[in-house]
Ligand binder design. Structure first.
Ligand SMILES: [Mg+2]
Length: 261
Protein backbone atom coordinates (compact mmCIF):
# COMPACT_ATOMS: atom_id res chain seq x y z
CA UNK A 1 0.00 0.00 0.00
CA UNK A 2 1.32 3.39 -0.95
CA UNK A 3 1.88 5.66 2.03
CA UNK A 4 1.38 9.33 2.71
CA UNK A 5 4.83 10.89 2.80
CA UNK A 6 4.18 13.09 5.82
CA UNK A 7 2.91 10.10 7.82
CA UNK A 8 6.19 8.26 7.23
CA UNK A 9 8.35 11.23 8.10
CA UNK A 10 10.60 9.45 10.60
CA UNK A 11 11.74 7.03 7.86
CA UNK A 12 12.35 9.96 5.51
CA UNK A 13 14.29 11.79 8.20
CA UNK A 14 16.50 8.76 8.75
CA UNK A 15 17.46 8.66 5.09
CA UNK A 16 18.09 12.41 5.01
CA UNK A 17 20.42 12.08 7.99
CA UNK A 18 22.38 9.30 6.31
CA UNK A 19 22.71 11.18 3.01
CA UNK A 20 25.69 13.36 2.09
CA UNK A 21 23.25 15.76 0.43
CA UNK A 22 20.05 15.80 -1.57
CA UNK A 23 19.19 16.36 -5.23
CA UNK A 24 15.71 17.86 -5.09
CA UNK A 25 13.54 17.82 -8.24
CA UNK A 26 10.14 19.50 -8.24
CA UNK A 27 7.44 19.75 -10.85
CA UNK A 28 5.64 23.11 -11.09
CA UNK A 29 1.92 22.92 -12.07
CA UNK A 30 -0.14 20.94 -9.59
CA UNK A 31 2.93 20.47 -7.37
CA UNK A 32 4.39 23.86 -6.38
CA UNK A 33 1.49 25.84 -7.88
CA UNK A 34 -2.15 24.83 -7.45
CA UNK A 35 -3.87 24.07 -10.77
CA UNK A 36 -5.94 26.94 -12.12
CA UNK A 37 -8.35 27.26 -15.03
CA UNK A 38 -5.91 29.58 -16.76
CA UNK A 39 -2.28 28.33 -16.69
CA UNK A 40 -1.03 31.93 -17.11
CA UNK A 41 -2.45 32.68 -13.66
CA UNK A 42 -0.55 29.86 -11.95
CA UNK A 43 1.42 30.99 -8.95
CA UNK A 44 3.64 29.20 -6.51
CA UNK A 45 2.35 28.57 -3.01
CA UNK A 46 3.97 31.24 -0.79
CA UNK A 47 5.11 28.88 1.89
CA UNK A 48 6.59 26.55 -0.73
CA UNK A 49 8.52 29.42 -2.28
CA UNK A 50 9.97 30.50 1.06
CA UNK A 51 11.08 26.96 1.94
CA UNK A 52 12.47 26.36 -1.55
CA UNK A 53 14.45 29.60 -1.43
CA UNK A 54 16.10 28.50 1.82
CA UNK A 55 16.69 24.97 0.51
CA UNK A 56 18.33 26.23 -2.70
CA UNK A 57 20.87 28.18 -0.66
CA UNK A 58 21.77 25.21 1.54
CA UNK A 59 25.18 23.86 0.38
CA UNK A 60 23.98 20.26 0.90
CA UNK A 61 21.04 20.73 -1.46
CA UNK A 62 20.88 20.96 -5.26
CA UNK A 63 17.44 22.05 -6.44
CA UNK A 64 15.69 21.96 -9.81
CA UNK A 65 12.21 22.74 -11.04
CA UNK A 66 11.36 20.52 -14.01
CA UNK A 67 8.22 21.20 -15.98
CA UNK A 68 6.50 20.85 -19.32
CA UNK A 69 6.56 24.64 -19.47
CA UNK A 70 9.29 26.56 -21.20
CA UNK A 71 12.19 27.67 -19.05
CA UNK A 72 11.49 31.37 -19.65
CA UNK A 73 7.88 30.83 -18.57
CA UNK A 74 9.01 29.23 -15.28
CA UNK A 75 11.36 32.11 -14.65
CA UNK A 76 8.55 34.63 -15.21
CA UNK A 77 6.18 32.77 -12.90
CA UNK A 78 8.66 32.03 -10.11
CA UNK A 79 11.30 34.72 -10.44
CA UNK A 80 14.98 34.09 -9.87
CA UNK A 81 15.82 32.00 -6.82
CA UNK A 82 19.59 31.77 -6.22
CA UNK A 83 20.82 28.19 -6.51
CA UNK A 84 17.65 26.92 -8.21
CA UNK A 85 17.84 25.61 -11.79
CA UNK A 86 14.86 25.59 -14.14
CA UNK A 87 14.55 22.73 -16.60
CA UNK A 88 11.84 23.47 -19.15
CA UNK A 89 9.94 21.30 -21.66
CA UNK A 90 10.49 18.07 -19.70
CA UNK A 91 14.19 18.71 -19.27
CA UNK A 92 14.96 19.54 -22.91
CA UNK A 93 14.77 23.33 -22.54
CA UNK A 94 18.16 23.67 -20.87
CA UNK A 95 20.24 26.16 -22.84
CA UNK A 96 23.46 25.02 -21.21
CA UNK A 97 23.65 21.83 -23.23
CA UNK A 98 20.72 20.76 -25.36
CA UNK A 99 20.84 21.23 -29.08
CA UNK A 100 18.36 19.90 -31.63
CA UNK A 101 18.79 19.35 -35.33
CA UNK A 102 16.91 21.68 -37.64
CA UNK A 103 14.78 18.85 -39.10
CA UNK A 104 13.58 17.82 -35.63
CA UNK A 105 12.39 21.36 -34.98
CA UNK A 106 10.78 21.49 -38.43
CA UNK A 107 8.90 18.22 -37.90
CA UNK A 108 7.50 19.52 -34.61
CA UNK A 109 6.47 22.84 -36.15
CA UNK A 110 4.86 21.27 -39.24
CA UNK A 111 2.90 18.79 -37.15
CA UNK A 112 1.71 21.57 -34.87
CA UNK A 113 0.52 23.66 -37.84
CA UNK A 114 -1.11 20.62 -39.45
CA UNK A 115 -3.03 19.89 -36.24
CA UNK A 116 -4.02 23.55 -35.84
CA UNK A 117 -5.60 23.62 -39.28
CA UNK A 118 -7.48 20.34 -38.70
CA UNK A 119 -8.66 21.42 -35.25
CA UNK A 120 -10.06 24.61 -36.63
CA UNK A 121 -13.33 25.20 -34.85
CA UNK A 122 -12.87 22.73 -32.00
CA UNK A 123 -13.88 24.80 -29.01
CA UNK A 124 -11.94 24.66 -25.74
CA UNK A 125 -8.85 23.07 -27.29
CA UNK A 126 -5.69 25.14 -27.33
CA UNK A 127 -2.30 24.46 -28.86
CA UNK A 128 0.77 25.82 -27.12
CA UNK A 129 3.98 26.20 -29.13
CA UNK A 130 7.05 25.30 -27.06
CA UNK A 131 9.61 25.29 -29.85
CA UNK A 132 11.05 21.81 -29.43
CA UNK A 133 7.62 20.45 -28.46
CA UNK A 134 3.99 21.48 -28.34
CA UNK A 135 1.11 20.95 -25.97
CA UNK A 136 -2.58 20.46 -26.70
CA UNK A 137 -4.60 21.75 -23.76
CA UNK A 138 -8.15 20.46 -23.40
CA UNK A 139 -9.02 21.75 -19.93
CA UNK A 140 -11.89 23.84 -21.31
CA UNK A 141 -13.17 21.34 -23.88
CA UNK A 142 -16.23 19.13 -23.55
CA UNK A 143 -15.80 15.36 -23.69
CA UNK A 144 -16.79 15.12 -27.36
CA UNK A 145 -14.46 17.95 -28.42
CA UNK A 146 -11.56 16.50 -26.42
CA UNK A 147 -12.15 13.07 -27.96
CA UNK A 148 -12.21 14.54 -31.46
CA UNK A 149 -9.03 16.52 -30.76
CA UNK A 150 -7.23 13.40 -29.53
CA UNK A 151 -8.19 11.43 -32.65
CA UNK A 152 -6.88 14.21 -34.87
CA UNK A 153 -3.71 14.48 -32.80
CA UNK A 154 -3.10 10.74 -32.97
CA UNK A 155 -3.55 10.87 -36.72
CA UNK A 156 -1.02 13.67 -37.32
CA UNK A 157 1.48 12.07 -34.95
CA UNK A 158 1.08 8.67 -36.64
CA UNK A 159 1.96 10.26 -39.97
CA UNK A 160 5.38 11.16 -38.55
CA UNK A 161 6.20 7.45 -38.21
CA UNK A 162 7.70 7.38 -34.76
CA UNK A 163 9.38 10.80 -34.87
CA UNK A 164 6.94 12.14 -32.25
CA UNK A 165 5.12 10.77 -29.24
CA UNK A 166 2.19 11.86 -27.08
CA UNK A 167 2.58 12.02 -23.29
CA UNK A 168 -0.67 12.65 -21.40
CA UNK A 169 -0.52 15.16 -18.56
CA UNK A 170 -3.20 16.88 -16.52
CA UNK A 171 -5.83 17.76 -19.16
CA UNK A 172 -3.07 18.26 -21.67
CA UNK A 173 -1.33 16.11 -24.26
CA UNK A 174 2.34 16.89 -24.58
CA UNK A 175 3.78 16.14 -28.01
CA UNK A 176 7.51 15.47 -27.87
CA UNK A 177 10.04 14.50 -30.53
CA UNK A 178 11.78 11.15 -30.03
CA UNK A 179 14.93 13.10 -29.08
CA UNK A 180 13.19 14.49 -25.98
CA UNK A 181 13.11 11.45 -23.73
CA UNK A 182 11.15 13.03 -20.91
CA UNK A 183 11.54 13.96 -17.28
CA UNK A 184 12.88 10.58 -16.15
CA UNK A 185 15.81 10.70 -18.51
CA UNK A 186 16.55 14.35 -17.68
CA UNK A 187 16.55 13.97 -13.89
CA UNK A 188 18.52 10.73 -13.97
CA UNK A 189 21.14 12.43 -16.12
CA UNK A 190 21.40 15.43 -13.80
CA UNK A 191 21.63 13.27 -10.73
CA UNK A 192 23.96 10.48 -11.93
CA UNK A 193 26.35 12.72 -13.85
CA UNK A 194 26.69 15.56 -11.41
CA UNK A 195 25.57 14.50 -7.93
CA UNK A 196 25.68 10.67 -7.75
CA UNK A 197 26.43 10.58 -4.02
CA UNK A 198 23.35 12.56 -3.06
CA UNK A 199 19.88 11.24 -2.27
CA UNK A 200 17.44 12.13 -5.07
CA UNK A 201 13.99 13.45 -4.15
CA UNK A 202 11.25 13.98 -6.73
CA UNK A 203 7.74 15.39 -6.36
CA UNK A 204 5.26 15.65 -9.25
CA UNK A 205 1.56 15.31 -9.92
CA UNK A 206 0.81 13.86 -13.34
CA UNK A 207 1.55 11.28 -16.01
CA UNK A 208 4.59 13.17 -17.28
CA UNK A 209 6.22 12.67 -13.84
CA UNK A 210 5.87 8.89 -13.86
CA UNK A 211 9.06 8.40 -15.89
CA UNK A 212 10.94 10.35 -13.20
CA UNK A 213 9.51 8.20 -10.40
CA UNK A 214 10.64 5.14 -12.36
CA UNK A 215 14.11 6.63 -12.98
CA UNK A 216 14.75 7.49 -9.33
CA UNK A 217 13.70 4.33 -7.49
CA UNK A 218 16.79 4.65 -5.24
CA UNK A 219 15.48 7.96 -3.97
CA UNK A 220 12.35 9.30 -2.31
CA UNK A 221 9.54 10.04 -4.75
CA UNK A 222 6.03 11.34 -4.20
CA UNK A 223 3.02 11.87 -6.43
CA UNK A 224 0.67 14.69 -5.53
CA UNK A 225 -3.04 13.84 -5.55
CA UNK A 226 -4.96 10.60 -5.42
CA UNK A 227 -4.06 9.02 -8.77
CA UNK A 228 -3.27 5.28 -8.71
CA UNK A 229 -1.38 3.36 -9.81
CA UNK A 230 1.85 5.31 -9.62
CA UNK A 231 5.55 4.43 -9.65
CA UNK A 232 6.15 6.90 -6.80
CA UNK A 233 6.95 5.55 -3.34
CA UNK A 234 4.69 8.00 -1.56
CA UNK A 235 1.83 10.43 -2.04
CA UNK A 236 1.21 13.98 -0.91
CA UNK A 237 -2.44 15.02 -0.84
CA UNK A 238 -2.17 18.49 -2.40
CA UNK A 239 0.03 21.55 -2.92
CA UNK A 240 -0.38 22.56 0.72
CA UNK A 241 1.19 19.23 1.73
CA UNK A 242 4.01 19.81 -0.78
CA UNK A 243 4.69 23.12 0.97
CA UNK A 244 4.69 21.39 4.35
CA UNK A 245 7.05 18.73 3.02
CA UNK A 246 9.45 21.42 1.78
CA UNK A 247 9.34 23.21 5.12
CA UNK A 248 10.08 20.00 7.04
CA UNK A 249 12.82 19.08 4.58
CA UNK A 250 14.37 22.52 4.93
CA UNK A 251 14.37 22.27 8.72
CA UNK A 252 15.91 18.82 8.62
CA UNK A 253 18.63 19.80 6.12
CA UNK A 254 19.52 22.81 8.23
CA UNK A 255 19.64 20.80 11.45
CA UNK A 256 21.64 17.80 10.26
CA UNK A 257 25.31 18.26 9.53
CA UNK A 258 26.67 16.25 6.64
CA UNK A 259 27.78 12.77 7.83
CA UNK A 260 31.10 13.50 6.12
CA UNK A 261 31.85 16.71 7.96
MG1 LIG B 1 2.46 19.05 -12.92
Amino acid sequence: MIRLLLEDWSAVERRLREAAGVALFLDFDGTLAPLTGDPRQASINREARAALTRLASNPRVRAWVISGRRQADLRTLMGTIPGLTYLGVHGSDDPSKVFFRREVLDTVAQTRRDLASRLNGTSGVQIEDKGIAFAVHHRHAGEAEAGRALRLLEKVVEQREGALRIVPGDRVWEVLPREVRGKGDAVRRQWRLHYPDTLPLYVGNDGTDESAFAALTEGITARVGAVRPTRAHYTLRNCAEVARFLRQLEQEMRRTPSPRS
